[in-house]
Design a protein around this ligand. Structure first.
Ligand SMILES: C[S@@+](CC[C@H](N)C(=O)[O-])C[C@H]1O[C@@H](n2cnc3c(N)ncnc32)[C@H](O)[C@@H]1O
Length: 218
């Protein structure tokens, strides 16, 4: 996968994949998007104090790093399972301008990348991660989740990841009352999620995007 570094409108980096003409984040602002879609509408929306989170896919590690930082502010305890088929190499993630060099946040960001794949690792007393190198389409989901960050490439680029069967597999792996958030707001995706059993709502999206989707397991 050939990836090129790009700067988004809020000054934060993302990668662009030329083969599928797709970026890892919204070009309106990578950090802004992650904070709105996953932190505000997912992590902070869910009332639980101990959450098991499923993310697909790990990508730049931005969602994981921001979530880890939120545990310090909220006291929530997180077990984070993140799936990724095409991990970034060290010479790629080290170029990303997330968090100022020399800060604790940057240290956490680098640790998230450097920690071993397919192994449970404590990044802090409140944040445990397992990065799983696997294919969302074919893998068996290893746990039960209160919260899902559905952050696949867009349905245009990877339609197979947004099928009803995939949402059904995720729905089966969610606890009752579990929450799924995604940046996507397409009608087809919403219908596929509903067919999987999720109760789906369109809510305001991050700057530059009118809407996003939140689903809840009844
Ligand atoms: C939109 S990006 C994720 C951004 C990420 N959450 C972040 O914070 O940077 C989509 C990710 O899904 C990964 N991916 C693509 N196909 C996959 C598959 N079949 N299974 C698991 N991950 C996949 C990509 O390599 C990419 O890292």
């Amino acid at each position: 996968m050939k990836r090129t570094l790009k700067i988004t409108a809020d000054g934060s980096h993302t990668f662009h994949v030329s083969d599928i003409d797709e970026s890892y984040h919204s070009l309106h602002g990578a950090i802004q998007e992650s904070l709105h879609v996953f932190i505000k509408e997912g992590f902070l929306f869910h009332p639980g104090r101990e959450l098991r989170i499923l993310e697909t896919g790990f990508g730049t590690g931005l969602n994981a790093a921001l979530t880890c930082m939120e545990t310090g502010k909220t006291g929530k305890k997180i077990r984070y399972d993140s799936l990724e088929l095409y991990p970034l190499a060290a010479n790629e993630y080290s170029q990303l301008n997330y968090f100022e060099k020399g800060t604790r946040s940057r240290e956490i960001f680098i640790r998230l990348h450097e920690c071993e794949w397919n192994r449970s690792v404590n990044i802090s007393p409140l944040f445990n991660i397992i990065k799983l190198q696997c294919n969302l389409v074919t893998c068996e989901l290893p746990g039960k989740y209160e919260l899902v960050y559905f952050d696949a490439f867009s349905p245009r680029a990877q339609p197979e990841q947004w099928r009803t069967e995939i949402f059904r597999k995720i729905h089966n792996a969610m606890t009752s009352g579990g929450v799924l958030v995604t940046y996507c707001a397409s009608g087809k995706v919403r219908r596929n999620m509903e067919e999987s059993g999720l109760l789906v709502q369109k809510i305001p999206g991050p700057p530059g995007k009118r809407e996003m989707i939140r689903g809840v397991k009844k």
